[in-house]
Design a protein around this ligand. Structure first.
Ligand code: ATP
Length: 453
């Protein structure tokens, strides 16, 4: 085994979450600071990129994008590292403003199945802190809670997410403390250029339709910008190109599940659906769409178990136009989040993508045409048949005609501005890739994945 001088070394999987609040800070920035410390003051050899794992986006107590972090490394100094982490997370988290940090450390070459399963559920279900604690005790995982300690759910889930299937990368650049809170000045033409030059290997740089830059956040947090893409080399090249005149702290590349729809892989049964779950539903439209105030479209779907559920397509997604053309009996597949319907205090399926699988014929009964002049006949009264007023031609009953449906089968995604971090852009379909976790091989990360300026 390649061990890079780390004989008898241990593999540590470090997870943390919920270190920030609406008032500031950012868990990815904490990952950047911790990585900096571990690289410069310990013998740590990273065996994977730092992971930024986006968990169930429907969790109401998330701050922004429900992101947890996992660092995987090999070291001879586990105790020193854990001691440092305990102290740093306690002192550097925004506990005073409502952060409830959690730190989890798992030691071992392989990730047990129960831990992987916990992470899979954290993508689409709502987990309890007790479940996280029980799992940690079963697996002899060290956990540390601060505030209410909710962060251990995301911390443990991040460790169990190996991201062996589809994944992407994000290169995030961080601001110096003195600039945090001031407007981010970025050259829009450069962002446009990298968007074109690196397509399809970067994504969500710019929303052309609404003329908005998407790589910079807007809050007071320490992130200057982040470039998302398919491989570490492209995201870092693009990042260097757009870097501002403002002096930055540094940057780091994360491997992530952003842009993969990982939260929508689970087929939900409408019978078992609970608030805040994520997944997809395959079924039939069972009540035709209506457009309500604000331009939102509401309809009903029934699934294979013949259970029915209300569905909402919110106006900002831009999917209302296509949804409003559905009729009863159409087969659809919808990516959804289950949210509380405030007006009825019941739950509703909030559509994230809409795929039209099969459409039924739209038929109407109309008065028959005259066989002589072709004009539509007039009714002679109830059950008295139809007659042409000009030619006196007679017929007994209405005829059924099939109207043209102005709808195409296929996948419909929301506007870019309504994307979640996890939303898979259309062009990524077919670009999925794998990243097998091979525990007994240390493959040091290649290229420039971390830098302090
Ligand atoms: P940021 O993206 O800015 O880092 P955030 O949006 O990730 O912030 P957090 O402050 O981390 O938000 O809060 C999310 C909280 O939800 C964490 O405490 C996390 O442990 C918890 N959590 C994550 N996934 C689940 C889940 N599936 N069930 C229950 N709790 C969850």
């Amino acid at each position: 085994m390649l061990n890079y001088g780390l004989t008898d070394s241990k593999v540590l999987h470090i997870g943390f979450d919920d270190t920030d609040s609406y008032s500031g800070k950012c868990t990815t920035n904490m990952a950047f600071k911790i990585t900096s410390k571990l690289m410069s003051q310990t013998d740590s050899v990273f065996i994977d990129y730092p992971l930024l794992v986006r968990l169930n986006p429907n969790i109401p107590w998330k701050t922004r994008g429900n992101g947890g972090i996992c660092l995987r490394l090999r070291t001879n100094q586990p105790d020193k590292i854990i001691e440092y982490l305990i102290k740093f997370i306690r002192t550097d988290s925004d506990i005073a403003n409502g952060a409830n940090p959690g730190l989890a450390v798992f030691e071992g070459d392989t990730i047990p199945l129960s831990l992987r399963q916990f992470s899979t559920r954290a993508m689409y279900d709502v987990l309890k802190i007790e479940e996280a604690e029980n799992l940690a005790s079963e697996l002899s995982m060290q956990i540390f809670k601060y505030g209410e300690g909710l962060g251990i759910i995301g911390a443990i889930a991040s460790i169990g997410s190996l991201l062996e299937g589809d994944h992407t990368y994000e290169a995030i650049a961080y601001r110096k403390k003195e600039f945090q809170g001031s407007p981010r000045i970025i050259d829009k033409s450069k962002v446009s250029k990298i968007n074109i030059d690196t397509h399809p290997f970067t994504f969500n740089n710019i929303d052309r339709f609404h003329d908005r830059i998407l790589i910079t956040p807007h809050g007071p947090d320490p992130v200057f910008c982040g470039i998302r893409g398919e491989d570490p080399f492209t995201v870092i090249r693009a990042l260097h190109y757009v870097l501002p005149v403002e002096k930055l702290e540094g940057f780091m590349i994360f491997r992530t599940n952003q842009g993969t729809n990982m939260h929508l892989q689970n087929q939900l049964s409408l019978r078992k659906t609970k608030s805040h779950m994520a997944g997809y539903v395959r079924g039939k439209v069972s009540k035709k769409p209506t457009i309500i105030r604000g331009g939102h479209v509401i309809f009903e779907v029934s699934d294979f178990s013949n259970n029915k559920y209300p569905v909402a397509v919110y106006e900002p997604t831009g999917l209302g136009n296509i949804a409003s053309k559905l009729i009863e009996g159409d087969d659809i597949d919808i990516g959804i989040g289950v949210s509380k319907n405030s007006s009825h205090s019941s739950s509703i399926l909030n559509v994230e993508y809409l795929s039209v699988l099969k459409i039924v014929d739209k038929t109407v009964n109309i008065n028959p045409p005259c066989s002589n002049c072709g004009k539509r006949m007039k009714s002679e009264g109830k059950n008295k048949g139809f007659q042409c007023k000009i030619c006196r031609d007679k017929k007994d009953s209405k005829i059924i005609v099939t109207n043209h449906r102005d709808i195409q089968l296929g996948m419909y995604l929301p506007y870019l501005k309504a994307y979640r971090h996890l939303t898979k852009p259309l062009h990524r379909y077919g670009m999925e890739k794998t990243y097998p976790y091979i525990p007994n091989i240390i493959k040091p990360l290649r290229g420039e994945w971390f830098k302090i300026f």
